[in-house]
Design a protein around this ligand. Structure first.
Ligand code: PMP
Length: 325
């Protein structure tokens, strides 16, 4: 129920040329997001190494999908789960985490927002016995999850078509996806470009700190996570959040691919990489989650197209699936 997702070959027309972008359908995972891979691997490894015991409470700070993933997998394994989350995330996220039997602690900007959430997980773990902190932002098992699953799957699925990736792009939340998939791909395709993606409205990677506001939930939290090694990656690609919303809306309305806002951002970033590398370049990315967590957000509202956006020039044609392995 987690991983081994189909690879989608999305055919589209852009400025009169026909192109393809490859995207792993991560919205098909157990809880509807790519974060299931990381949560499962972190728990698996912690069990193997004896760092989590039956009955331990799992405590994590998250902008949503990680909380949903740890709640579902944690409950399946009989653990109580407590999630600290900034209070500006979509209400669907809060409702889903509660529905999975986890306790959710909203953290306001005044209480420290994202960084405050992380600090509070540590404070709670210090107060209580029998706790487990996954620490997704600093745990190298997060990177490993993608190095051992997402990367190899992408490789083998492209191979069935006789293709090699020229570039892989992914929005950075914890950075697990870009670092892990990237590490695997680099080892097999030394020339592959690896582009982290960030919102133009809040360029954390480029500035190193929290600036501005953006609407691409799940990426660009407030700091550069410890597992992100920017020096091992290629140029950061920035995407306007409105452009990401428009493209995600098009994927749902025109192709029936009901994905979230960061998937739209990843598509735009892949398109930008293709602008650099050529129309035929094999550029891959991930559709991180489905659209059900965004029903109360701007994803379901009319979004104005602005100068410089790419989505108005994208005509989505059709997609094929390169099946599970
Ligand atoms: N998109 C969404 C919707 C997410 O929840 C996340 C995870 N925070 C990401 C993208 C980024 O993934 P990663 O943490 O692996 O960088």
């Amino acid at each position: 129920m987690i991983g081994n997702t189909p690879l989608l070959a999305v055919h589209y027309r852009y400025r009169s040329s026909e192109r393809v972008i490859y995207a792993k359908a991560e919205h098909l995972n157990l809880t509807g997001s790519i974060k299931d891979r990381m949560a499962l691997h972190i728990l698996h490894k912690a069990y193997d190494e004896g760092r989590i015991r039956p009955g331990d409470k799992i405590i994590e700070a998250t902008s949503g999908n990680t909380g949903i993933a740890f709640s579902a997998i944690g409950r399946a394994l009989g653990h109580d789960v407590t999630i600290f989350m900034p209070d500006w995330m979509s209400r669907e996220r809060v409702a889903l985490i509660s529905s999975l039997g986890a306790q959710i602690v909203p953290v306001s900007k005044e209480q420290g927002g994202f960084l405050g959430s992380i600090r509070m997980t540590e404070e709670l773990a210090a107060r209580e016995a029998q706790t487990f902190l996954p620490c997704q932002f600093s745990n190298c098992a997060n990177v490993e999850a993608h190095e051992t699953t997402t990367g190899p799957e992408l490789h083998r699925q492209l191979q069935t078509r006789g293709l090699s990736p020229a570039a892989f792009v992914a929005g950075v939340g914890t950075g697990g996806t870009i670092m892990g998939t990237g590490r695997y791909l680099r080892a097999h395709f030394p020339g592959v470009k690896l582009h982290p993606v960030e919102p133009a409205e809040s360029p954390t990677l480029s500035t190193g700190c929290k600036v501005g506001h953006h609407r691409i939930q799940g990426v660009s939290d407030e700091f550069i996570p410890a597992i992100v090694e920017l020096q091992s990656l290629d140029a950061v690609i920035s995407v306007n959040d409105g452009d990401a919303i428009l493209l995600a809306q098009k994927l749902a309305a025109q192709l029936g691919l009901a994905v979230g806002i960061s998937s739209g951002a990843n598509f735009i970033a892949a398109l930008k990489a293709q602008n650099e590398l050529g129309d035929d370049a094999v550029v891959a990315t991930v559709f991180c989650d489905d659209n059900k967590k965004y029903l109360s957000t701007d994803l379901l509202r009319e979004e104005p197209a602005r100068d410089g956006y790419h989505s108005p020039e994208v005509e989505l044609l059709h997609y094929e699936t390169i099946g599970r392995l």
